[in-house]
Design a protein around this ligand. Structure first.
Ligand code: FES
Length: 177
């Protein structure tokens, strides 16, 4: 078991914790030393063991991204407006019908955890863009809402939710349901 604490970021929403080289994209200079200190070592990440992520530093409205078992994952701290909008969405309006409640943990609707690969051909979508304010995939134009549900093709299925569980109020363990 290992832990990752997301750094505080004021300028950008995205944090990439990459396997292998443990690189970072879009992270402010001040944040990088913290990532370097908190990130698990290469062998630990490569082993694919469950990882714990502290949600406490992720501000409301912010999205971070990390790599687990070679796959990118988004963690989004949703705003009350985003939650209300997604909960009010009718299943009949969805391409891949799934309720918002089925995509988050009970009592934790502010936290959305999804795989970050577009279900069309695997590009990483851009957060808070597109007509639904969720994600926009720049490769071929697919769009997702703030529940990670596909709203415009060519993708046809929602961003999947990885196995994870809350360890406490502000910590999740990815890799264990
Ligand atoms: S990979 Fe996202 S729309 Fe094609």
């Amino acid at each position: 078991m290992t832990s990752i604490a997301a750094p505080d970021q004021s300028r950008r929403d995205f944090l990439f914790l990459a396997t292998g080289a443990v690189g970072a994209i879009g992270v402010g200079a001040a944040a990088w030393p913290l990532i370097a200190q908190m990130n698990p070592d290469r062998e630990t990440i490569a082993s694919g063991v469950p990882i714990e992520v502290s949600l406490a530093p992720i501000a409301e409205g912010q999205i971070i991204s990390l790599i687990w078992r070679g796959k990118p994952i988004f963690i989004r701290h949703r705003t009350p407006d985003e939650i209300a909008k997604e909960e009010a969405t009718r299943l009949s309006d969805l391409m891949d019908p799934q309720s918002d409640a089925d995509r988050v943990k009970a009592g934790k609707a502010q936290w959305l955890v999804v795989y970050a690969s577009c279900t069309h051909l695997g590009c990483i979508p851009l957060g808070k863009q597109g007509d639904w304010g969720g994600w926009f995939c720049p490769c071929h134009g697919s769009q997702y809402d703030a529940s990670g549900r596909v709203r415009h093709g060519p993708a046809a299925t929602n961003l999947p939710v990885p196995p994870y569980a809350f360890v406490d109020d502000t910590t999740i363990r990815i890799g264990e349901a």
